[in-house]
Design a protein around this ligand. Structure first.
Ligand code: SF4
Length: 614
């Protein structure tokens, strides 16, 4: 008997415009001890189907099914089934310590004393790979890193002793290394406890690495299912082929190697272009474990510079200092070669530095139409329209005012078309758009003021694979056409590989490696960069099996003495715990690691290749 057996499940909602069917007559199974996958774009109905299985849908949802059973019984959340979600913070009670949340779950399942429940809770934290569980039991959720919180959520799920765990996009918010650790943990738990798992994901790499069988869902229906090899090597449906193509990155039509005529090309090779914005030895400390230290970075004209690293490594802090949103404690910032003090920064930048954020909905004012949002951006930057400095309203003459309005409307229209929207969209509100369209609006709002630098802070992270691909292509095409410099912050190495000219890798608040993307990705020098690149699961079952956890502990550490990576580095030398490595430059690359120093390693310098020694 299958552990999970779902037959002919349909879910519909009654709306003002009639019934809307979200899940359409789907059937699927999960066998004992297996990890099955359910893939599809966001909006395909995956999460609704899972909530229907768990009986967690709101009352207005109408559910029909011939059968939904777990080992022949009705699913009961917290007993024979448990669910893990993407956002671990919202799954945990923020005002209750970890230990109590776990203990109460254990006691709800087993008849045992408080002391026995506490011991079991500690055991479960240990099982999920959390170091020093006794300390974590006394902490609140906000005191833990994202990876650690996801482990706690898994421990709570295991405390229910379920036969089935449904994991809905459990690693989407995590960076590659933490994701690899969590995925390995899932595999180990399934193997050791015999629990079955249904992994819901839009990430084909994660699915290839984890699942033995896969269901593909599209528009509320399961359009194809089979073994992971069938789905990845001989997909039948066009939709499955498109998902795989997107995951493998085959559809970015303007690829770096093809860009014969681009803005960077007009000014010469982007790699050799002069710096536009520079940070020199910048330090900003929030507390002992967060911030940036002695950070030097430059963004050159016409290039896309990717800033990568795990959460907490200081990427966003660096971007905020660069854009003038945050004041550094010490260090120098130069714009076009001139030193910019903190007081002059916002004025000097004007509208020339713009940001696109991760959550397009939260970054748009819901009360403004698209046109008003774009007009507001122009007003805020004091933007000249067609070379005419905009006047203050009280000084405007009516004829020049209406001419200016007309020019502004034209400019907004052009920008909407450039970002793949239409003129009719100008008078709609953010709520009327999908996530991908909202991100296009965010990009249009940033670009309408003709910035010299665009900062994209995890701008694709909340989008599904297909939408991500469209927005990625959009940013790339416009950047090539207009030629602004772009700082592209991301934890997704697949995306970074395809869009950026250069990469800067951050760890523990410092830049540990910079260089041309192609070179860094094909031959990483710093041990952390190597771990980061290897941790990305390929959308290929054979290649994905090599996914392995990085040695060392969770999370980024910020240290005063010694190399920040020393605790997780398999190459550490004696000096690594005592001195901070300086930056060694050669062959157009920079790396902060003693392995590349003649003085410390005695064997190093430009000819050394770490990859050959692994
Ligand atoms: Fe590893 Fe030492 Fe290099 Fe740091 S300096 S990355 S600890 S070898």
């Amino acid at each position: 008997m299958s552990v999970l057996d779902v037959r002919n499940l349909s879910v519909q909602y009654l709306t003002e415009n009639g019934a809307s069917e979200i899940v359409k007559d789907i059937s699927f199974k999960v066998e004992k001890g297996e990890i099955a996958g359910l893939v599809g774009e966001s909006g395909s109905g995956k999460s609704t189907a899972m909530l229907a299985v768990m009986g967690l849908l709101e009352n207005r949802a109408q559910i029909r099914a011939e059968r939904i059973t777990i080992s022949g019984e009705k699913p009961v959340p917290g007993q024979n089934a448990a669910m893990i979600f993407q956002d671990s913070l919202s799954c945990l009670n923020p005002s209750v310590k970890i230990g109590r949340q776990l203990r109460e779950t254990v006691q709800a399942r087993r008849k045992c004393s408080r002391k026995e429940a506490a011991a079991r809770a500690e055991e479960l934290l240990d099982l999920t790979g959390i170091r020093n569980p006794a300390l974590r039991m006394r902490q609140y959720p906000f005191e833990l890193s994202g990876g650690m919180r996801q482990r706690v959520v898994l421990a709570i799920a295991l405390a229910c002793e379920p036969e089935l765990i449904i994991a809905d996009e459990p690693t989407t918010a995590l960076d590659a290394l933490v994701q690899a650790q969590i995925l390995l943990l899932f595999k180990r738990i399934v193997k050791e406890t015999g629990t079955s798992m249904l992994l819901v994901s839009h990430d084909m790499g994660v699915t290839a690495a984890m699942c033995s069988r896969v269901y593909v869902m599209h528009n509320g229906r399961i359009v194809e299912h089979g073994t992971v090899e069938d789905i990845f090597y001989s997909p039948v449906e066009e939709y499955t082929r498109r998902l795989l193509e997107d995951a493998r990155g085959g559809r970015l039509t303007v690829h770096r190697d093809e860009n014969t005529e681009n803005a960077a090309g007009k000014t010469g090779n982007a790699y050799g272009n002069p710096p536009l914005l520079q940070m020199e030895h910048v330090t900003k400390i929030f507390d002992e474990s967060e911030g940036v230290r002695d950070l030097s970075l430059e963004i050159r004209r016409g290039e896309i510079l990717a800033l990568v690293g795990e959460s907490g490594s200081g990427k966003t802090t660096a971007a905020r200092i660069l854009t003038g949103m945050l004041r550094e404690d010490s260090g120098i910032l130069r714009y076009r070669g001139d030193e910019l003090g903190q007081d002059r920064r916002m004025d000097a930048f004007g509208g020339s530095v713009q940001m696109v954020f991760q959550d397009p909905y939260a970054s748009l004012n819901p009360c403004l139409t698209v046109r008003e949002a774009l007009e507001e951006a122009l007003e805020a930057s004091g933007q000249r329209v067609n070379g005419t400095k905009r006047c203050r309203p009280e000084r405007r003459r009516s004829s020049s005012h209406s001419r200016e309005k007309g020019r502004m409307a034209e400019k907004i229209d052009r920008m909407l078309r450039l970002t793949g929207l239409s003129s009719e969209d100008a008078d709609r509100y953010p709520r009327d758009f999908s996530g991908g369209q909202r991100q296009r609006i965010g990009i249009a709002r940033a670009l309408i003021v003709e910035p010299e630098i665009l900062v994209c802070d995890e701008a694709l992270s909340s989008l599904d694979a297909t939408t991500r691909e469209q927005i990625l292509e959009l940013i790339f095409r416009i950047q090539r056409k207009i030629g602004f410099a772009c700082l592209f912050i991301s934890h997704d190495m697949h995306v970074v590989r395809r869009i950026s000219d250069r990469i800067a890798v951050m760890y523990g608040g410092r830049i540990v490696e910079t260089g041309e993307t192609k070179k860094v990705c094909s031959d990483p020098w710093h041990p952390y960069t190597k771990q980061l690149i290897e941790a990305v699961p390929e959308p290929d079952p054979l290649r994905a099996v090599k996914i392995k956890a990085a040695p060392g502990k969770d999370g980024t550490e910020m240290v005063r003495y010694g190399c920040p990576f020393a605790g997780r580095c398999g190459y550490a030398l004696e000096c690594c715990g005592e001195e901070i490595p300086e930056s060694y430059s050669f062959d157009g690359r920079e790396v902060s690691c003693f392995l590349y120093s003649d003085r410390h390693s005695g064997r190093r310098s430009r000819d050394y290749r770490m990859t050959s020694q692994i």
